[in-house]
Write a protein that binds this ligand. Structure first.
Ligand code: PRP
Ligand code: URA
Length: 205
């Protein structure tokens, strides 16, 4: 597993506003979009391209075109906040959905719904802004591996060291996050964290 802590002053400044207690849902949504777009740029850094000749107004030159668009898999609910910015950059990518619920007493994740088809030979980007115990991520990664996924990129915004440690067993996984935070509290919430991402995005209680 490769871990990338996305180092960028604008990303750090957006994350600070996401963390702030008094940031409204409306602003939280807009900030998530902006940061999601930056993460999409980072996540596609090594995408394959083919040479493509192009006629400019001045002369012919050799350009490139992207190939092998990854499948986007937002983990509902919170991962839905990252879908629009990833689609903005990758409109050709197919989208599959998976819904997971984490039991906040045990930290165990339960699969509620999925629309994942055969992924044989496909690269996949799993979108989930929070990695806490990694219970959710482990279930989703095992699930897409069973469906044949080739290369997996897991995109998060805030991650706990305890969760990252559990991801180390996957050789074909790249994990991208904006911040590796300090630790989990006794209810499996990330400290300092930003609270419940899904609730803040969707005005939940
Ligand atoms: C949150 C978050 C992750 C998960 C991370 O989802 O979006 O999916 O917790 O925690 P873990 O690493 O301990 O599994 P939650 O189950 O709260 O659902 P939500 O997205 O609907 O808020
Ligand atoms: N899920 C969240 O939304 N926040 C946390 O701190 C942990 C899991």
């Amino acid at each position: 597993m490769e871990t990338i802590e996305f180092e960028h002053p604008v990303a750090r400044s957006i994350l600070t506003r996401l963390r702030a207690l008094n940031t409204s849902s409306d602003e939280f949504n807009r900030l998530t979009y902006r940061l999601g777009f930056m993460l999409a740029v980072e996540a596609t850094r090594n995408m394959g391209t083919l040479p493509l000749p192009v006629e400019t107004p001045m002369e012919e030159t050799l350009g490139e075109k992207c190939i092998e668009y990854p499948v986007l898999l937002p983990v509902m609910r919170a991962g839905l906040g990252l879908l629009a910015p990833f689609q903005e950059l990758l409109p050709e990518s197919p989208v599959a959905f998976i819904a997971m619920r984490r039991d906040e007493m045990t930290g165990e994740a339960e699969l509620l719904y999925d629309s994942v088809q055969n992924l044989r030979g496909r690269d996949i980007m799993i979108l989930d802004p929070m990695l806490a115990t990694a219970g959710t991520a482990l279930s989703v990664i095992d699930y897409v591996l069973e469906k044949g996924a080739k290369k997996i990129i897991l995109i998060s915004i805030v991650a706990a060291p305890e969760g990252i440690y559990k991801l180390r067993k996957y050789s074909n996984l790249t994990f991208i996050t904006v911040s590796i935070d300090r630790e989990l509290d006794k209810n499996w919430f990330i400290l300092p964290g930003l609270g419940d991402f899904g609730d803040r995005l969707y005005r939940g209680e």
